[in-house]
Design a binder for this molecule. Structure first.
Ligand code: C5J
Length: 220
C-alpha cells in the first residue's frame, strides 16, 4: 500500500488498483478560437497548467499505471448533442459551427483533439464523451471494472464542470477519488477554489486533493 499526503487526510491506495483520468485537455477549451473562447472565457488560465498535467501523466507512465484521457465532443450529425446544450446562452459560435480549429466540439476535428503536449501514447485510453461526466454514455465504468480499478486520480479542465461532475459520478459508483489540485483549472479562479473546498469538506465527502508533487512522491 502507498499513501499520498493529501487533504483532508492521507489517501491510501494499492498501486495495482490506481488509474489516472485526465479530463478534456482539448484545444477547444485551451486554445484561442475554440469552444471556451466562444463562451467569452480567458483560455490562458487553462493553458498555464499544461506542463503540470504533463508532469502528472509522466509520473503515471513511469509507474506503469493506466491513463485514461477524455474528450468532450459530439458526433458530426449532432445526434448525441441535446438541443438544450447547443442552444443555451449566447456564445459567439455554437457546438457544430465552423471555427478556426474545425467544427466546434465535433469528434475528429482539430479543436476536439487533446493539446499536442499531452497527446495520448499507445496503450493509453482516449474516451469521447458527450456530457460533462465521463461515465455518462461511455464505457468508462466497464473499462475500470475490467482493470479492477478502485482508486482514481483526476486532472484536467474545467475543475467545477467536467472534472467535478466526473469525480462525483465516480464517488457515487464507489471509487476513492483524488483531485490533483495544481493539474486542474477553471476559467473562474473562485469556482476552482470552491470546487476543491467542496470536494474535501465534511471528511472528503467527494474525495481528496493533493499537489502533483505529493502524488509523484507517493508513486516514486
Ligand atoms: C465545459 C468542461 N466547461 N470540460 N466543459 O463545458 O469542463
Amino acid at each position: 500500500m502507498k499513501t499520498i499526503a493529501a487533504q483532508p487526510f492521507d489517501f491510501t491506495f494499492d498501486p495495482a488498483h490506481l488509474a489516472l483520468i485526465v479530463i478534456d485537455m482539448q484545444r477547444d477549451f485551451i486554445e484561442p478560437g475554440g469552444f471556451g473562447a466562444t463562451l467569452g472565457n480567458d483560455v490562458s488560465l487553462l493553458s498555464a497548467i499544461v506542463p503540470t498535467v504533463g508532469r502528472l501523466i509522466e509520473t503515471f507512465r513511469t509507474a506503469g499505471l493506466p491513463i485514461i484521457h477524455t474528450r468532450e465532443c459530439h458526433k458530426p450529425d449532432l445526434s448525441d448533442c441535446p438541443p438544450a446544450k447547443r442552444l443555451r446562452g449566447k456564445p459567439s459560435m455554437r457546438i457544430g459551427d465552423p471555427g478556426t480549429m474545425g467544427r466546434i466540439l465535433i469528434a475528429g476535428e482539430p479543436g476536439a483533439d487533446i493539446v499536442p503536449e499531452l497527446a495520448a501514447r499507445p496503450g493509453e485510453i482516449v474516451l469521447d464523451k458527450p456530457g460533462k461526466g465521463a461515465f455518462y454514455a461511455t464505457p468508462l465504468g466497464e473499462i475500470l471494472a475490467e482493470k479492477k480499478i478502485t482508486h482514481l486520480v483526476f486532472a484536467g479542465v474545467t475543475t467545477e464542470v467536467c472534472v467535478q461532475t466526473t469525480m462525483r459520478e465516480a464517488n457515487d459508483r464507489g471509487f476513492e477519488c483524488l483531485l490533483a489540485e495544481d493539474a486542474t483549472e477553471s476559467y473562474f479562479p473562485e469556482f476552482k477554489k470552491a470546487a476543491i473546498d467542496m470536494i474535501r469538506a465534511q471528511g472528503a465527502i467527494v474525495g481528496w486533493t493533493a499537489t502533483v508533487d505529493q502524488v509523484a512522491a507517493a508513486l516514486r
